[in-house]
Design a protein around this ligand. Structure first.
Ligand code: KMH
Ligand code: ZN
Length: 315
């Protein structure tokens, strides 16, 4: 299949800011459109072939679905880099499905995240550490996740799929648990989703599967069994301190990797990542030195994943 065109290379994605962490948690979290775009471009220069993009309100760092902010970030990335842009449709807590999806018809990106089921998504464990919060929204945002359902019903998923298909955007299937792989298989068999699909196994979210090696193998074996081992490509993103180990394991198993401050704020215990590019360089070296796999370029990824090309985006 197409993925063989990668000749064994590894796809590194950089998820540069996300909606999980808040400004108090790290002074290095990118906030403004300029910072987010700059972090994305520098991640690409360090070896990321894909950048996964969320935006934040520049005045206080709160995650938002504001299309004008997306426009500024996406245009600046495209001006400086040929990296593949994968926009979030997961958004942030409290956003509606419509708000989350609006980025796709507006900008017709080459890729976008596609969340594979409703689930609990708890950030409240962050409250166990005493902090002086920089902004008033942060503590209630984190606290509210104790009673929050990240809503991705079958009806939502159908709309997300249809919209992405209409705009030539390849969905990246965010699978946080084994049942999400069953959902992917169902959508494929119904014809709602077109294969071959690209999956992101997201490990270690409170409310999803854990990040042990057994958890990773369970995800991969389930996908192999339901979809067929050569019918999909896959990557791993893991929350917090499990990031690098899980990504390296994925690379050893033939998968791909996602790093970035969306998932993990650190380089090692107690040492902040000052940039996303540092994390990209670290995983690139780890994978290259231990598995011999080189980082794929954006154009190699376009061919492997069957993307429409940078000339066909709407930004
Ligand atoms: N924040 C991650 C745990 C999305 O943007 O759609 C998952 C994620 C989802 O990246
Ligand atoms: Zn995301």
């Amino acid at each position: 299949m197409l993925a063989s065109s990668l000749s064994g290379k590894v796809i590194i994605t950089a998820a540069v800011t996300g909606a999980v962490h808040t400004p108090t948690m790290s002074p290095y979290l990118p906030i403004t459109p300029e910072q987010i775009a700059d972090e994305a471009v520098k991640s690409a220069e360090a070896g990321a072939a894909i950048v996964h993009i969320h935006v934040r309100d520049p005045s206080n760092g709160k995650p938002t679905s504001d299309l004008e902010l997306f426009r500024r970030v996406l245009a600046e990335i495209k001006r400086r880099s040929d990296v593949v842009v994968n926009t979030t449709t997961g958004g942030g807590f409290g956003m509606t499905a419509q708000e989350r999806l609006a980025v796709v018809p507006e900008f017709r990106p080459e890729m976008a995240s596609f969340n594979m089921g409703s689930m609990n998504f708890g950030l409240y464990p962050y409250l166990s550490k005493a902090r002086e919060w920089k902004f008033a929204w942060e503590e209630p945002y984190i606290r509210a996740t104790k009673d929050y359902i990240f809503k991705n019903t079958f009806a939502d998923m159908e709309i997300f799929c249809r919209t992405m298909r209409e705009h030539g955007t390849k969905p990246e299937l965010e699978c946080y648990d084994v049942s999400h792989i069953y959902n992917a298989a169902r959508l494929l068999s119904e014809g709602t989703l077109e294969g071959p699909v690209h999956m992101q196994f997201v490990l270690g979210i409170t409310g999803g599967i854990g990040s042990s090696m057994e958890d990773l193998l369970m995800m991969k074996q389930t996908a192999d069994r339901l979809l067929g081992a050569d019918r999909y490509t896959w990557s791993v993103a893991a929350a917090g301190r499990h990031q690098f180990g899980s990504c390296l394991a994925a690379a050893g198993l033939g998968g791909h990797t996602r790093v970035g401050l969306e998932d993990n704020l650190y380089m090692s215990k107690g040492v902040y990542a000052r940039t996303n590019a540092e994390q990209v360089s670290k995983i690139r070296t780890m994978v290259q030195e231990t598995t011999g796999r080189e980082a794929a370029s954006p154009d190699e990824v376009r061919t492997a994943l069957g993307l429409k090309g940078i000339g066909a985006v709407g930004f």
